[in-house]
Ligand binder design. Sequence first.
Ligand code: FES
Ligand code: FES
Length: 159
Amino acid sequence: MSADVSVQIRFDVNGTGQDLRVDPERRLVDLLREDLDMTGTKESCAVGVCGACSVLVDGELLSACLIPAVMVDGRSITTIEGIAGPNGELSAMQEAFIVEGGLQCGACTPGQVVAATALLREQPDPSDAEIRDWMAGNLCRCTGYAGIIRAIRSAAAPG
Ligand code: FES
Ligand code: FES
């Protein structure tokens, strides 16, 4: 019989407190997708390169595939499910991605939206160069990025 090495952690996801036991080797992306059924956070590369699993931890943009779940003990996480309003109404950024053609297959889109939302919190009126620089960690195989840049520009300066 092997010893139980799981660890009790308490954290907040999109405004809701969570209290779970987790294996020390469990990753945050698995905790979100499998234990909490929050499948909006995607996994693609699994090595911190593509940005598909982007989440905010205490407001900081991080890759959930790289973070051991135990590291979020006591912290607040925002996933793509928390970017929309409480009744599911889309955020200005989500609307802009739709209107400006910032998505095609959608695999990268939750991560793109989370990263772009973090950018505007940091820099409400970014230049195109600043957008490209910030979003460099979020890869997209479909759009060619032009629609993504337009969407972020549009959300930053609506109308
Ligand atoms: S799946 Fe996490 S960065 Fe690619
Ligand atoms: S929309 Fe398909 S990977 Fe970005």
